[in-house]
Design a protein around this ligand. Structure first.
Ligand code: ATP
Length: 311
């Protein structure tokens, strides 16, 4: 049973030492609204609740030091009737997942690992708009907190240059044609990144790697959630135009030759734009435009000198 009144679910844990932790407080960005935070502190749900007081994310914060997967717990909570705005956040996932069953790896206490539960009044087919919106909120927060410029690699990642900084995993259930619930998980490399991602994935980076400084995960999470909520309200209002323009301005793949692979097919083309459903529009070698709307495809950018037929 979920508590009917608000409670933060806290698991008491010993202090987790982050990799390279020197126990020395490092500076946070000057613009921080929580400037007294020590940047290598644990996630602080009480502090999140305080700073999210007016937000949909303030009232059901589930923090545990270790969880199999934040998306898995959020899905379970969704099935038990948990409300929109439920937030699951952890220091460590023991079975962190990416898409198509792939692993998301992150040592305890180093990175940002969270999921939010939403119950958006929208058709199931539009749900990947939310992936784009979380990616957009992520890159804006990263810029504000660290100055690092990340871009969206459609459909679900944030990159800095050619390196992966963060990934979004969107899972949802439908009732009739409408979304019943959507769970959006984000893993963002704050203080650690894999040297060589498993499965031949793209090279990775972290905010520590990019800036030489530890970033406050609490501050980053607050920025992401408040930014996300602002954008999400626009989605619910149906005011897609500004979002659509913004994610196209911040997209890594547009204008490039790309290869898109799913379990069923392989499509080559030039990426033209992302439409207001979060679908990628590409033009194939015959000049025919195709619309790709799914969260389960992989996209590879071809080297700049390749022409489409050589992909
Ligand atoms: P694709 O490149 O096919 O689009 P993806 O990048 O979207 O895949 P996801 O399914 O979102 O991949 O994430 C899982 C993949 O991310 C893993 O296969 C691994 O290569 C890589 N990975 C795992 N952990 C991390 C991490 N902390 N930072 C960066 N990359 C990671």
């Amino acid at each position: 049973m979920l508590p009917t009144s608000y409670s933060i679910l806290l698991t008491c844990v010993p202090r987790i030492e982050t990799p390279g932790d020197t126990s020395r407080p490092l500076p946070v960005a000057e613009s921080s609204s929580i400037g007294t935070l020590k940047v290598h502190e644990l996630i602080q749900p009480e502090l999140l609740k305080k700073h999210l007081a007016q937000s949909i994310f303030s009232s059901h914060i589930h923090y545990q030091a270790s969880i199999d997967s934040t998306n898995a717990l959020a899905r379970t909570l969704a099935g038990q009737g948990a409300p929109e705005g439920t937030l699951v956040v952890t220091e460590e996932q023991t079975a962190g997942r990416g898409r198509r069953g792939r692993a998301w790896v992150s040592p305890a206490g180093a990175n940002l690992l969270f999921s939010v539960l939403l119950r958006p009044p929208m058709e199931g087919e539009r749900v990947f708009v939310l992936t784009m919106v979380l990616a957009l909120a992520g890159l804006k927060a990263v810029k504000r907190v660290t100055g690092v410029k990340a871009l969206i690699k459609w459909p679900n990642d944030l990159y800095v240059g050619t390196k992966k900084l963060a990934g979004v995993l969107t899972e949802f259930a439908m009732r009739e044609k409408q979304v019943d619930w959507a769970v959006l998980g984000m893993g963002m490399n704050a203080g650690w990144h894999p040297d060589m991602p498993e499965g031949g994935g793209a090279p990775a980076t972290s905010l520590l790697e990019e800036t030489g400084q530890r970033v406050s995960r609490n501050e980053l999470l607050l920025e992401i959630l408040t930014g996300f909520e602002t954008l999400y309200r626009e989605v619910v209002r149906g005011n897609m135009e500004p979002l659509y323009e913004e994610w196209n301005r911040n997209c890594l793949v547009l204008g490039k030759a790309v290869v898109i692979e799913s379990d069923r097919e392989r499509i080559e083309g030039k990426a033209l734009r992302i439409d207001d459903w979060g679908a990628l529009i590409i033009e194939d070698a015959k000049g025919v435009q195709r619309r790709i709307l799914t969260g389960d495809v992989s996209l590879r950018v071809a080297p700049p000198n390749k022409i489409l037929t050589q992909l």
